[in-house]
Design a protein around this ligand. Structure first.
Ligand SMILES: NC(=O)C1=CN([C@@H]2O[C@H](COP(=O)(O)OP(=O)(O)OC[C@H]3O[C@@H](n4cnc5c(N)ncnc54)[C@H](O)[C@@H]3O)[C@@H](O)[C@H]2O)C=CC1
Ligand SMILES: O=c1[nH]c(=O)c2[nH+]cn([C@@H]3O[C@H](COP(=O)(O)O)[C@@H](O)[C@H]3O)c2[nH]1
Ligand SMILES: [K+]
Length: 497
């Protein structure tokens, strides 16, 4: 070894018989010859799904439904809608995410002018009910009723046309926030409809426009060839998943993620081949894998992307229960080193707690990171906030937890009641983090700073530096990990932005 050699090349570090996590390793800084702003994080989810940021929301029922998928696409990433519900409901979530081009938080409810609103429940979670001629979405918008107006009504027996706000004015569904805002200003409207072809898709209020405007400015977002947000969806590898796929393809999904803890199976390989034959235009992400051999089998079967991680997720107990898995840093490096040879992008799935983990995943060869716990406490995640010991939290659970497995429609386990169920995940809660529209842009800024320290101006440049052995790493001892965190203080406040 040359005396000037410093640190280890990844190739050497990850071939010594240890399973390393992100926290075990640290990159040595390289040379900076560009400003942070010129770091490009544009990437791909899979062969044919380009993204402008490397962020993917996990297909879990406490993480990705339509609001999360729309927000992730608005940010330039992508959301994968979970499959723990029946196929038509999953397809409806895909359609809903694609219905508008602004990441608003609504689940529109429709009624007709001659109907009555009987209780607050008729509003669902919305501040407004939309009134159309027929009471359905595919009809003409005639007005709306606000929750506040309904509450003020002395006689709740009156029909909607007696007190609704008449308004047939609308903007096209694909207007962005700026155009919607200026149209509303121009017309002096506080609430306006959104229409696609002959269908009323939603209402948007000035409050929602103003709320989204307080966050960092959105770019173009992840828009597909048909002008809608790109959205992915999860599916399994059982015979009945072929019917689910049909629903999802009709709803316009841009990628399907075959959701399994151990993707190197005859079931998944057959499903990949079936999808490539039946829907040649659809990108298929296979997984999960953590080894070169697993990855090779799925690449050979024809995957367009690989999802990497086994047991590294915050709610996962797979390594404890089944004794299989791999440290996530090693898994990402190994799989990416083989997948890159076939041009297959790698999704580093699980174990992301902060921006440094994202930098490590990407610099080790991943094209994107998939996150569960990092996103589950956001406004856009499904479910309502609760209070636990004075903390505002949202529920977050593993898809292999008993609770998720026994939820209504799960054919994997309920279909066969004779089978003994073993959990591979837990049910928990995560802290309120506010909107992903705010904390993801800040996280990406931190990732750009990390890339600058590495001397990498893009993901491709980081991958090239890694493979040409220019990027160097070391394993951190326990004491080095303590030193790398905040230490020696009696108290402190940790605020990232
Ligand atoms: N990334 C990770 O470390 C882990 C993730 N999970 C999550 O939990 C959920 C469930 O994962 P899994 O239990 O691995 O789901 P899975 O559907 O892949 O497997 C469930 C069982 O069904 C079997 N199976 C699948 N297709 C079959 C077919 N066509 N015929 C016969 N048997 C078949 C599998 O071999 C397995 O025994 C997923 O959302 C997954 O992402 C669970 C554990 C670990
Ligand atoms: O062993 C497991 N049992 C489960 O019940 C489970 N549910 C999800 N996942 C996986 O964890 C990933 C999310 O991890 P994070 O919360 O760390 O982002 C997800 O993206 C999944 O890969 C599970 N793994
Ligand atoms: K774990």
């Amino acid at each position: 070894m040359a005396t000037s050699e410093d640190g280890f090349a990844a190739e050497r570090l990850f071939n010594q018989g240890f399973s390393y996590t992100y926290d075990d390793v640290i990159f040595l800084p390289h040379y900076i010859d560009f400003p942070t702003e010129s770091v490009q994080l544009a990437t791909r989810l899979s062969r044919n799904v380009p993204l402008s940021i490397p962020c993917v929301s996990s297909p879990m029922d406490t993480v990705t439904e339509s609001h999360m998928a729309a927000a992730m696409a608005a940010l330039g990433g992508i959301g994968i809608i979970h499959s723990n519900l029946n196929p038509s409901d999953q397809a409806a979530l895909v359609r809903s995410a694609k219905a508008r081009r602004v990441p608003i938080l609504s689940n529109p409810v429709f009624t007709s002018p001659s109907a009555r609103i009987e209780s607050m429940e008729d509003f669902g979670s919305n501040p407004y009910v939309l009134v159309t001629e027929s009471g359905a979405a595919k009809s003409k918008l005639v007005g709306y009723v606000s929750r506040a107006d309904w509450l003020k009504l002395p006689n709740k027996e009156v029909k909607i046309y007696d007190y609704m706000v008449n308004s047939s004015d609308f903007v096209p569904w694909d207007y962005d926030l700026e155009r919607i805002g200026s149209y509303m200003d121009e017309k002096g409207k506080d609430v306006i409809g959104m229409v696609k072809d002959d269908e009323v898709v939603d209402l948007i209020s000035t409050e929602e426009v103003e709320r989204i405007k307080t966050y960092p400015k959105l770019g173009a977002g992840t828009v597909g060839p048909d002008g809608t947000w790109m959205v992915g969806a999860a599916a399994g590898t059982r015979e009945q998943d072929k019917e689910r796929l049909e629903y999802l393809v009709k709803a316009g999904i841009n990628a399907v993620v075959l959701d399994s803890s151990q993707g190197n199976s005859i079931y998944q390989i057959e499903m990949i081949k079936y999808i490539k034959l039946t829907y040649p235009e659809l990108d298929v992400v296979g997984g999960n894998v953590v080894t070169i051999n697993q990855a090779q089998n799925l690449i050979q079967a024809g995957v367009d992307g690989l999802r990497v991680g086994m047991g590294s997720g915050s709610i996962c107990t797979t390594q404890e229960v089944c004794a299989v898995g791999r440290g996530q840093a090693t898994a990402v490096y190994k799989v990416a080193s083989i997948a890159s040879q076939s041009g297959v992008p790698v999704i580093a799935d699980g174990g992301i707690s902060f921006s440094g983990h994202v930098v490590k995943a990407l610099a080790l060869g991943a094209s994107t990171v998939m996150m569960g716990s990092f996103l589950a406490g956001s406004t856009e995640a499904p479910g309502a906030y609760e209070y636990q010991n004075g903390h505002r939290v949202k529920k977050y659970r593993g898809m292999g937890s008993l609770e998720a497995m026994t939820k209504g429609s799960d054919a994997r386990y309920l279909g066969d009641k004779a089978k003994l169920k073993i959990a591979q995940g837990v049910v928990g809660a995560v802290a309120d983090k506010g909107s992903v529209l705010k904390f993801i842009p800040y996280t990406m800024q931190a990732v750009k700073q990390g890339f600058q320290d590495l001397g990498a101006s893009s993901l491709q440049s980081a991958h090239d530096l890694l493979r040409s052995r220019v990027l160097r790493l070391e394993v951190r001892t326990g004491a080095a990990q303590v030193e790398g965190g905040v230490h020696g203080l009696i108290s402190y406040e940790k605020k990232a932005f």
